[in-house]
Design a protein around this ligand. Structure first.
Ligand code: HEM
Length: 211
């Protein structure tokens, strides 16, 4: 069945799918890292966070950017999701192969699939909460992050894993950068963004608890 699926694939269509997966993936990583820095402005105080959010509204960057990111988010899931082993039998085979091969790249791919599926669910809930709680302001964000801190912590870890390894795998796959330095750079950026995210989560948690 799996072999049949592989043999009947149209190589040109596969290339277009790969390019869509790459472009939407890189766009989402750029968005995620930028949006983390935006959330981390809470470390500079409520006023700075609110001024930035007001600026994004006043210049329509949020009203144009959010629908664009949702479109890219859905397109990425459709392009990357075509390789998802949907049937339990297929999943079992892939898991068994991964254990047999013990290759780091195989396991990175398996966890890319698992984290991707989880981000699809949690990311959608998160975007729904932010959009229905409009506008974005420090105290409404702090309230959400205080009540649901565990949700944001899980989303932060999943998101940074998926973004970091996603961009590493894509750049290696297309042969744009040598593996080793690329590994160092993506790990370093991921560590900085994770530290910022955890610090912002802590400050927001304290702020939300002070109400
Ligand atoms: C339209 C897209 C998005 C918007 C407008 C947005 C906006 C926000 C805002 C305002 C916050 C602060 C907390 C809150 O108010 O709930 C936040 C936090 C967060 N967002 Fe998003 N977000 C978007 C998409 C995503 C996606 C796709 C992810 C997927 C990984 C994500 C991951 C996170 C994480 C992990 C935090 C917590 C940050 C921290 O720990 O400091 N967001 N986002």
């Amino acid at each position: 069945m799996q072999a049949q699926k592989l043999l009947t694939r149209n190589p040109r269509a596969e290339l277009y799918y790969d390019l869509v997966e790459l472009l939407t993936g890189v766009t989402l990583v750029g968005f995620l890292w930028t949006h983390m820095i935006f959330v981390a402005t809470i470390l500079l105080g409520k006023q700075t966070f609110n001024t930035l959010s007001q600026f994004l509204d006043d210049y329509y960057l949020s009203y144009v950017g959010i629908p664009f990111i949702i479109l890219v988010f859905v397109t990425h899931i459709l392009a990357a999701g075509r390789r998802l082993p949907t049937r339990y039998q297929e999943q079992k085979i892939i898991w068994r192969h991964a254990r047999m091969l013990k290759g780091t790249d195989t396991w990175i791919w398996v966890f890319q699939v698992i984290t991707g599926a989880a981000i699809f669910a949690l990311g959608s809930i998160h975007m729904w909460m932010v959009i229905t709680g409009w506008p974005i302001r420090a105290m409404t964000s702090a309230d959400r992050m205080h009540s649901f801190w565990w949700f944001y912590l899980v989303l932060l870890l999943l998101g940074e894993y998926h973004a970091g390894f996603g961009i590493y795998r894509q750049f290696v796959k297309w042969g744009w950068f040598p593996r080793k330095p690329l590994g160092y750079v993506t790990k370093m950026i991921t560590a900085v963004i994770l530290a910022l995210g955890l610090a912002a989560l802590w400050v927001m948690y304290e702020l939300g608890g002070a109400v």
